[in-house]
Design a protein around this ligand. Structure first.
Ligand code: PEP
Ligand code: MG
Length: 325
């Protein structure tokens, strides 16, 4: 099968009815970059910057971060990379930096809440990203945004850094694109205010499931209790996809479900056209996409989305079997 997937590398992810689906890769280590070229992914749709922060005994300084981000961009060889700013707290603990015990760390002081409260950390990371991307395009994505005001605040910090770097004569990126994760359900109720302010949105279905269904993403006892292929979740994503089309804002899904072929099929059926998945998932997802008829799938899913079913999994599996997907 690996040989089959290797042959797929240079074939585009185009469905039988001619719909081009972007497949990007999730990464978090410099090592992952080798898979970018092996897999034929269109780019890196989610670069989790927190891993090097977690592996050290203190915060990396601007110079160390600049060096690392530059290596990542160099190794991407011109393919786009979306850098997500520091997303620690919750299940990702910085040993040197999280002194509080929290009853509900997933809903606690984490992610953008930390970096907005400790703006020096955010500023140093953004400065390093701006320097690393000098002469190239930079894409920055903010995680765990729950309200538009947080995005506005984060953008102000970015603008300050751009101004500061420009004033001191540093070479700048050719363009800076700003995006947000959508992983807190409340943000979906603010899309009319959010979408004019961002260049792209990426749905983090791992946290989104956790918050939409109030189900701890790390608790094995309830891991199977709710299904991301529930009509509720599918309708939620259909709504976000329609809004992003209305505002012409690029949308992708970067949570783990995007890398599971049947769940990716569900996402395509509600309007998603860009996925970011782990490296090993690229071959299987591309195989599924190349045998899919999107128009047929979309019509079928429309007929299911109002049902009170627990999940559309069985129906979608039969659809896939029936249609040779
Ligand atoms: C997500 O929440 O779906 C996501 C992609 O981010 P992470 O898994 O890093 O929280
Ligand atoms: Mg998340």
């Amino acid at each position: 099968r690996l040989a089959v997937y290797a042959r797929l590398r240079d074939l585009p992810a185009v469905t039988r009815d001619g719909v081009r689906i972007a497949i990007h890769m999730n990464a978090g280590l410099l090592l992952d970059l080798q898979h970018l070229h092996e897999s034929g992914a269109d780019g890196i749709g989610l670069y989790r910057t927190e891993l090097p922060f977690m592996a050290r005994s203190s915060l990396p300084d601007v110079a160390a971060q600049t060096l690392l981000y530059k290596k990542i961009l160099d190794q991407a060889e011109g393919k786009p990379v979306v850098f997500r700013t520091l997303d620690v707290g919750g299940d990702k603990v910085l040993p040197y930096w999280n002194p509080y015990e929290e009853d509900n760390p997933a809903m606690g002081w984490r992610s953008i809440r930390i970096t907005l409260d400790r703006p020096a950390v955010m500023r140093h990371q953004l400065r390093a990203l701006l320097r690393a991307a000098a002469g190239r395009e930079l894409s920055v994505m903010f995680p765990m945004v729950a309200e538009v005001a947080e995005l506005i605040h984060a953008r102000q910090i970015l603008d300050m850094e751009i101004e500061r770097e420009t004033r001191s004569g540093h070479p700048m990126p050719t363009r800076v694109k700003v995006g947000t994760m959508l992983e807190v359900p409340a943000l979906a109720l603010q899309l009319d205010a959010l979408l004019p302010r961002v260049d792209f949105v990426s749905v983090g279905t791992n946290d989104l499931m956790q918050f939409l269904f109030a189900v701890d993403r790390g608790n094995p006892r309830i891991a199977e209790r709710y299904d991301p292929l529930a009509p509720t979740m599918m309708r939620f994503i259909r709504y976000v996809a329609a809004k992003c089309r209305e505002y012409d804002v690029h949308l992708s899904v970067c949570g783990e479900m995007a890398g599971r072929p049947l769940e990716a099929l569900g996402l395509i059926g509600v309007g998603i056209r860009s996925l970011s998945v782990s490296a090993p998932a690229i071959g299987p997802v591309k195989t599924m996409l190349r045998s899919l008829d999107v128009a047929e799938l979309q019509a079928y899913m429309e007929s299911l989305l109002e049902s009170p079913d627990h999940s559309l999994r069985h129906k979608l599996r039969y659809f896939a079997l029936d249609h040779g997907v």
